[in-house]
Design a protein around this ligand. Sequence first.
Ligand code: DHE
Length: 558
Amino acid sequence: MFLLVILIAVSYSCKDSKQKEDYGTKKNDDKEVAVNEIKLSSAEMEKAKGIFFNTCAGCHGTTRKGATGPSLLPDGDGKWPATKDLGTEGLVSIITNGLPGGMPDWGKQGILTPEETLLMAKYVQLPPPPVPEYTMEDMMKAWKLIVPVKDRVTKPMTKRNWQNYFGVVLRDAGQVAIMDGDTKEQVAILNTGFAVHILRTSATGRYFYSIGRDGKVTLIDLWPETPQIVAESKASFDARSVEVSKYNGPKGDFRDKYIIVGGYTPSHYVVFDAMTLKPLKVVNTDGKVLGDGEYREEARVASIVASHHDPIWVVNVKETGMVWLVDYSDLDKIDENTAKIPTAQFLHDGGWDHSGKYFLVAANAVNKIVVIDVENKKLETIIDVGIKPHPGRGTNIHNKKYGWMWVTGHIGEGKLSFIATDPGPNQWKVVHNIKMEGGGGGNLFVKSHPKSKHLWADRALSTEEALQRSIFVYDTETFKLIKTLKVPEKYKGRAVHMEYNKAGNEVWVSVWGKKDENTSAVLIYDDKTLKLKYEINGDWLITPTGKFNVYNTAFDIY
Ligand code: DHE
C-alpha cells in the first residue's frame, strides 16, 4: 500500500467529460493491441487515448514519463513502479479512489464510469502510443481570420468601462463570459476552446486571448458594442499558456505585434501575428534535462510571461527544467537569440516580482521557487519553500518590516510563503510563513493588490469540503488571519481563484460547481469590509474557474 500511496499524481485539472476531437485519431492502425495479456481493440485504444489525453496527460505527460505526477510506464522507469506490476486491480483501485497526495478519485467523482476506469487501468499497462505531429501546415489550415483588421472598429463603441471588464473562463462549456466589472452585467458569452484554461489581454487591453486545452487560441475584440471573436488559430493538440508581446522602448514598439502559445503536445511554442493570429514561427522545446541530462522529447511549455522592460518572453519548459528567455525582436533569429537557463524540475506557474525585473516560478517536484533575473538573462537564485508550491502568478505585497514580498501558496501543505524581493540582506529569503487553518494543503491561488492591505487565498484542492469552500483573508502588515469567508450554502462546489477589479476595491471569487447542476457562482466581495457585495449566477454560468480583469492583466497588477 505504501508503494501505492507514493504513486501519487498531483492531477487537478481533469473534469473533462467531453473529449478533444482530433487527438488520437490521426494515427489509427486498426489493429488490436495486445501486450502482457492485456488486449484492447483499436476502438478501445482510441477511446483510452482520448481519456488519457484529457484527464491524465496534464500531470503524467503524454509519453507517460511523468512530470508533476509519476511515470506510468509498463516496465517502470527505475524510479516509479511498473504499471504492469501494479496490475489491473491495483490500478482500478487508484483510479477509482484517488490517492492522498493529489491523485483525484475519478471513479468516485463520477468523471469516469467503471467501464472507463477498467479501460484506463488496462491502457496504462500498454506502451504509450507515439505523439502525433502538429505542423505549420496543420496550423495554417486551422487558422480563421473572422474580422480582418481593416474592418474592425477604430475606437471603443461601447459606453461601458471596458478596462474594467472581466473575462470569466466557463471551463466545461468551452466558453468565456465577458462581464462588466462596474455594473456586474454579462456583456457577452463567446465560444472559445475546449476546457479553456486561461486568458491574457493584449498590451493595450483591447483584446483578450484565450487558450483552450485543445491548443485553440481565440482573439476577442472588446471594443465593439458587444465583444466578438475576430480570429482563431490552433497551436497544438494541447496547451496551457498564451502571452502577448508587451515591450515598447529603444528596441522598437512591439506592443500587440506577436503572441506566443506554449504547447504541451507536441512540445513547442508557436508565435502568431497578434492581430490576425496567423501562425509565423514554431520552435521545438525538446532538449536535455537541466542542460546536460536525459534527452526529453516531451518538454512541455508551462507558464509564459512578457517583460515590459525588454522584448522578451519568459518561457518555462516543464520537463527539462530550462527557462528560456525568448527575444522576439527578430523572428528569423528567435532561437539563436534565446538564452536557455538550467534551473530545476518541473517548472510550472509563476509571475513577476514588484519591480517587473525578476520572474519567480515554481519547480513543484522539488519544492522550490526559481528566481530569474530577466534583465541580465541569468539565474538569480533557487529558494526552498513548502511542498508543491503553486503560486499561479503569485502576488506582490508590501509591509513596513520587509518591504516588497512575493507570495506563493502550496498544494502539498497549508502554508503561504513570503519571499522578500527588495535589494538588501533579506532579498530572496522566505521572511515569513503563514500556517493555514485546518489540515492538509490544497491552496491553488493567492491574490492581493497594491491598494489593498489584504491577502486572499483559496483551498480549492483541499480534501476537506469545508476548506474547499472557504477563502482566507490575511492582513499584509501583521500576517494575521482576518476572516474566513464561506461560500453560501445555495452554491455547490469549490471556491477557486481570486481577481481584483481595476480600482482594487472588490475581489471576485469563483464557485466551481458541477457542469449540469446550475449551482456555480461568482461572488464579489468588498475588499475593505470583506462583505459579500454581489452574487453572479444563472444557468449560463457553467463551471467558472479563472477570472481576468482587463486592466490588471494588461499591466501585470497582481
Ligand atoms: Fe492551470 C495557470 C497548467 C490544472 C486553473 N495552469 C496555469 C499555468 C499552467 C497551468 C502551465 C500557467 C499559465 C501561464 O501563466 O502562462 N493547470 C495546468 C496543468 O498542467 C494542470 C495541473 C493539469 C491539466 O491537465 O491542466 C492544471 N488549472 C488546472 C485546474 O484544474 C484549474 C484549477 C481549473 C481549470 O481550468 O482546469 C486550473 N491554471 C488555472 C488558472 C490559471 C492557471 C485559473 C491562471 C492563474 C492566473 O491568475 O494567472
